[in-house]
Write a protein that binds this ligand. Structure first.
Ligand code: MG
Length: 165
């Protein structure tokens, strides 16, 4: 399976609800609302996990971490990301690069992008230069524009690990 590069795509949305912070890209960010979720609601890491699982054709995040499973209640999404990292390494791959887009009007994400990239690089055992995180608004249009929730998209490229058989 590990002779060629593989790509994957991921997308996730969570609605705003009561709370005083959101988790995005593994970073806790103070906000006027939280994100409603079974886990910590980190849409960016969920989209990235789905992209990694997609690249491996291993189904989706709901299959690997079902909301019905009490183990994942309030789960740290960085643990889910590290699990996906293990899955790709055991199949003879390393992360070539990944690119994320987070869509929201608020909170303002620019001050947190560098730390998100560092968290993701750490969890996936790749270089920060191979991890891109971008933030944008939807110009006040749609559910993200109305500040009803946050959306995230991710793409990844996996490379065969030259050291593996
Ligand atoms: Mg999710």
């Amino acid at each position: 399976m590990n002779r060629w590069p593989r790509i994957g795509i991921g997308y996730d949305v969570h609605a705003f609800g009561p709370g005083e912070h959101v988790m995005l890209g593994g970073v806790r960010i103070a906000h006027t609302h939280g994100l409603v979720a079974h886990s910590d609601g980190d849409v960016a890491l969920h989209a990235l996990c789905d992209a990694l699982l997609g690249a491996l054709a291993l189904g989706d995040i709901g299959h690997h971490f079902p909301p019905s499973d009490e183990r994942w209640r309030g789960a740290d999404s960085r643990a889910l990301l590290r699990h996906c990292g293990e899955l790709l390494r055991t199949r003879g791959y390393v992360v070539g690069n990944c690119d994320l887009v987070i869509v929201c009007e608020r909170p303002r994400l620019a001050p947190h992008i560098a730390l998100m990239r560092a968290c993701i690089a750490d969890d996936l055992r790749c270089a920060m230069e191979d991890v891109s995180v971008k933030a944008t608004t939807s110009e006040r249009l749609g559910f993200t524009g109305r500040e009803e929730g946050i959306a995230a998209q991710a793409v990844v490229m996996l490379h065969p690990n030259g050291d593996s058989p």
